[in-house]
Structure formats: C-alpha cells, structure tokens
Design a protein around this ligand. Structure first.
Ligand SMILES: NC(=O)C1=CN([C@@H]2O[C@H](COP(=O)(O)OP(=O)(O)OC[C@H]3O[C@@H](n4cnc5c(N)ncnc54)[C@H](OP(=O)(O)O)[C@@H]3O)[C@@H](O)[C@H]2O)C=CC1
Ligand SMILES: N[C@@H](CC=O)C(=O)O
Ligand code: NA
Length: 359
C-alpha cells in the first residue's frame, strides 16, 4: 500500500514546539509520511516552495531555520493560501499561546485544514468559537486538542470517546496545573522561597510564557472551561465563574512577565504566611478545579488538604484528574506529569497521528 502523505505546518518553536519538531522528524511510520512544509516563528518563517518536506532533521532543524528562514512571519490567511495550493491534506500544528492564531482556526477548518494544538485559547474563550470548531461539518478539517488539558495525559480524547459511546459525566475534579503542582509540592516540602520555585518552574518549561497566567488561576480556568464544555455545560467563557488568583494584587498590572518575576521576591513573606497557617493545621495548599455537571457548577481556587489526602502526595509536575460518570461511579483517576516539553509535544503528536489516520 502506498504511504499516505500529509502536509504539516508548524507555528511556534518554543518549549513545546522544539520538542514537537524533534519528535515528528523522528517518526518512522509504515503508513504515513509527514511532510513538514512550513515552520513559523514570531518574526520569521520557512516554507517549502514545492511542498516536499523541508530539508531538516531532528538534530539540525534549529540551525537550519536560523540560517535559512525569511524575515517576518506569515499571517494565518497567508498560511491557509499556501496550504490550499497543494492537494495533499494538511494539518496546522499551533504550538503558540497566541490568540490571533486561535481565533483563525475556523478559517483553517472551513478550508479543509485540520488542527492539532496545545493552545487553550480557542477552546476556552467564546462559546461561539467552540461551536464553530465542533460543528461536525464533514467537509471541514478535524480539530484535536488533547494537550490543552493535562498535557500528554489522555484526558480530552478519553472524555470525548466515553461521551460518544453514551456515557454521561457527573463530576470532574483535580489538579490541572503542572506548574502550580510543582510549585506547591516543592513549596510544601522544601525550605525554599516562593519566588525561587516559580523561577525554577519557568526554567523547567512548566509555566505559561507569562507565569502570571498560571499563578492567577487563568490557565486552570481555561482547562476547566474546556472540560466543562466537553461534559456538556454551556460555559460562555472563563469569566462565567470566580477564579481565586495567587498573583499578589499590585503585580497583576505590571506590563511584562520579566518585570513581574523581578518583583515577585517582595511578596515571598506574605505567601509564606499562608503556607505556615496551613502547616499548623497539618494541611498543605493545593490549587484545584472542579466541575459538577448535575449542579451546573464550576470552581477554581486554592484549597487546603490534610497531609493524608491523595492530592497532598503528588510529585513533581503531576496532575491528577478524577472523572465520575454514569458508568464509572467509582471515578476514573488519571495521574502523571501535567506539564513539560516532551510530554506535551507527545500529546500533540498523538493527535497529529489520529488526524492522519482519519484523513
Ligand atoms: N509548556 C507546557 O508544559 C505546556 C504548554 N502548553 C501550551 O503550549 C503552547 C506553547 O507553550 P510553550 O512552548 O511553553 O511557549 P513558548 O513561549 O516557549 O513558545 C511559543 C512559541 O510561539 C511562537 N509564537 C508566538 N506568537 C507567535 C505568532 N504570532 N506567530 C508565530 N509564532 C509565534 C514563539 O516564537 P519565537 O520563538 O519567535 O518567539 C515561540 O516559538 C501554549 O499555548 C501553552 O499553553 C500546553 C500544555 C503544557
Ligand atoms: N502552564 C501549564 C502548562 C500546561 O498546560 C501548566 O502549568 O499546567
Ligand atoms: Na491531555
């Protein structure tokens, strides 16, 4: 049987994008050949004029881009035009956290381009956008976003599959932030300053490009919105429910994430107090999200758990997700690394493979 050929356009070569490139360039499949035909960064891009795969390997791609990329990025519309000119089916892999790309997904999809992405913005903003992306139009491209919740852990596709087979979600709760998990796990057990752990989480690639997206609870709110929508709740946006922020008041207005990181040490003492108050009662701090489908209730925030609670004993950047459904009255528990380059990129690549199987 001849190999199926699929064109892949990749936007973003940061923490997740770099690992994704290494992984896709190492795929050796007996039924599909991925042609990486475009790589876009913020201020530069590289495209294959004849739609053959760019001459890059898992080892040399970064230096090849540095020496051969053209200045300026492409707009979403220009990328759609480029992909449409070839009759080979195409997948957009958006490895950014950019809203402009996220809002352009309906254009890609209606032009037959499929999407695999860890970017949560399209799935957690306007409900209209969500409905457009999952309209079920057979002429549209497919949309997969496993890595938007729990990084590579099988949460999103698992939920969609059990619902498709007739199950009904009753309750989902858990720890959905890899960076906050890492920060609070380390903070509870080690004698280290809060600002130092946040810097370490950023260095390890666990945080969002601006760590305030994590500390403010917004990243968890986005994930909870996505899960609630999959479970059938019509959540209009992340402003539909209260979010308990962990960003010290004054620091939320600071324009850049670099300045925020410089100022954070000034607040180490006030955060230490919270930790000590919890420790005096034999408890630890954890940032949790919860969706009660029957009660139509969603919440996100810091809670205190006793040292014996399963949420208290998580390690590293682990997420834990508990899913109670009509069929699984004893909840399904999914646990493991919920952030980091390799696990997230693997989640995106597994979506690319799933799309290729269906094209
Ligand atoms: N890190 C993790 O553990 C996880 C991340 N995610 C999601 O993955 C996505 C990427 O995160 P991460 O890799 O950490 O982010 P980074 O900031 O490391 O990388 C972002 C990349 O996107 C590029 N980029 C940004 N804006 C544009 C634009 N307008 N046009 C073209 N390229 C652009 C940047 O280009 P340039 O290099 O030129 O600056 C950079 O290469 C985010 O949506 C995040 O929420 C999801 C799960 C886990
Ligand atoms: N910043 C996020 C990365 C994955 O979505 C997190 O901390 O979980
Ligand atoms: Na996932």
């Amino acid at each position: 049987m001849p190999l199926k050929v699929v064109n892949v356009a990749i936007v973003g070569t940061g923490v997740v994008g770099s690992s994704f490139l290494e992984q896709i360039l190492n795929v050796k499949s007996s039924y599909v050949k991925f042609n990486v035909v475009a790589i876009l960064k913020n201020k530069s891009h590289l495209i294959s004029k004849d739609y053959s795969s760019l001459p890059i390997t898992a080892v040399n791609w970064a230096s090849y881009i540095a020496s051969n990329a053209s200045e300026g990025s492409l707009t979403p519309a220009a990328l759609i035009e480029f992909l449409k000119k070839d009759k080979t089916p195409a997948i957009l892999v958006d490895n950014t956290s950019n809203a402009e790309w996220a809002y352009a997904y309906p254009e890609f999809v209606s032009n037959g381009v499929s999407i695999a992405t860890p970017n949560k913005k399209a799935f957690s903003s306007d409900l209209n956008l969500w409905e457009k992306l999952f309209s079920g139009n057979p002429d549209h491209g497919l949309v997969y976003h496993e890595a938007t919740v729990g990084a590579g852990l099988p949460v999103v596709n698992f939920l969609k599959e059990i619902i498709e087979t007739g199950d009904e979600v009753e309750k989902i709760e858990g720890i959905f932030s890899g960076s906050l998990s890492y920060i609070f796990n380390t903070y509870s057990s080690d004698d280290i300053k809060f600002s130092e752990i946040v810097a370490k989480a950023k260095e390890l690639g666990y945080t969002e490009p601006d760590p305030r997206d994590d500390l403010s609870g917004m990243d968890v709110a986005r994930k909870v919105t996505i899960l609630a929508r999959i479970a059938g709740l019509k959540i209009e946006s992340t402003s539909a429910f209260p979010i308990n922020s962990f960003v010290p008041g004054k620091l939320s207005e600071i324009p850049t994430s670099e300045e925020f990181m410089k100022k954070l040490p000034e607040h180490d003492e006030e955060i230490k107090q919270l930790k000590e108050e919890a420790a005096q009662s034999g408890e630890v701090l954890r940032f949790v999200g919860s969706i009660d489908v029957k009660q139509n209730k969603v919440s996100v925030g810091i809670q205190r758990y006793s040292n014996s609670h399963p949420f208290a004993s998580l390690k590293g950047s682990d997420n834990v997700v508990s899913i109670k459904t009509k069929r699984y009255q004893n909840p399904v528990i999914i646990q493991g690394a919920g952030a980091g380059a390799d696990v997230t990129a693997a989640g995106v690549l597994s979506d690319v493979v799933k799309i290729a199987q269906r094209l």
